[in-house]
Design a protein around this ligand. Sequence first.
Ligand SMILES: Cc1ncc(COP(=O)(O)O)c(C=O)c1O
Length: 370
Amino acid sequence: MKIPLLDLKEQYAGLREELLEAAKRVMDSGAFINGPEGRAFEAEFASAMGAPHCAGVSNGTDAIELSLKACGVGPGHEVAVPAFTFIATASAVCSIGARPLFVDIDEKTFAIDPAALKRNLTRKTKAVIPVHLFGWPADMDAILEAARPAGLKVVEDCAQAHGALYKGRGVGGFGDAGAFSFYPTKNMGALGDAGAIVTRDAELHQAVLSLRDAGRSPGERYIHAVPGRNARLDELQAAFLRVKLKRLAEWNVARERAASVYRKELAGLPLGLPPENSGGTRHVYHLFVVRSKRRDELAARLLKADIHTALYYPVPLHRQPAFRDYGLQEGAFPVSERACREVLALPMYPELGEERARRVAGEIRRFYSS
Ligand SMILES: Cc1ncc(COP(=O)(O)O)c(C=O)c1O
């Protein structure tokens, strides 16, 4: 039987009635933008993430863009980003006229390497975006230690880490802002595009509220303090997200359960496994990514058994056609490049269950023993 990388239909089946009820509530209300669902969701998500403020936005890319803009980053500035992440981390920097400063990653966390960050800063570097990749928190203490003395703003990319904890506290609450994506495949996904920005900074929050909404001055309809964007979260998505938020904690536990099966069954094989929880730092397994020197062979073997895997990410950002003009050659960021050659995401979603995880692991064991 097929084991997909992820399966959104299984989750939807369990939520169908509640989601339809939420959609009906919005349609009956006649309020589709800037309404009560959005406000309720923002309060609920802020509280779940342990942050005082939350602004719903249109998607995760815009969440990064607006956070940077609200931090005062713009043309002429550089923003440090890891060379190994989804491209949105860097393209959001370009959208505000700033330039991504690529930095290599840490071998163990897949996040930006704090020592390399320190070494690579220039006078133009205004901010850094640590990415909590695959659901494992970046080493925020070390990153803040590199960033703060240099006066950098810190925008956490939390697109893959809803509910992850760093030393007992929720990600998104360490830097100036935390940018979340609710792309449908995320640990908590909308039924379309959506995102959010959490922050402890009331002023930054106000700036984001204006930027996402045509740059409106507070309480005004046709007075605009800044040239803003239309980057709002709509009421339908907010209502769906309120249904999903109630399940996030149990879904993360279900992911953890499947991950423990993988860990147990894959122990002792020549594979790199994700970092383990310790000292209050918690993985939420957006993806369960292993590293293998025989990655492509292993993926092909799993596919033959109808087990579907994926490469996150096959090409580092500095080697993407989008950044060809930067002139960065192969070898510029060796840890990121090696990760691109070795990573393989195994099936992972809350409904995967222990039995299917065991079957995947069994096939991997057979691959290595043959
Ligand atoms: C690490 C990372 N950053 C940013 C984003 C952008 O989010 P969105 O697709 O909602 O714009 C994503 C997801 O797609 C992501 O995985």
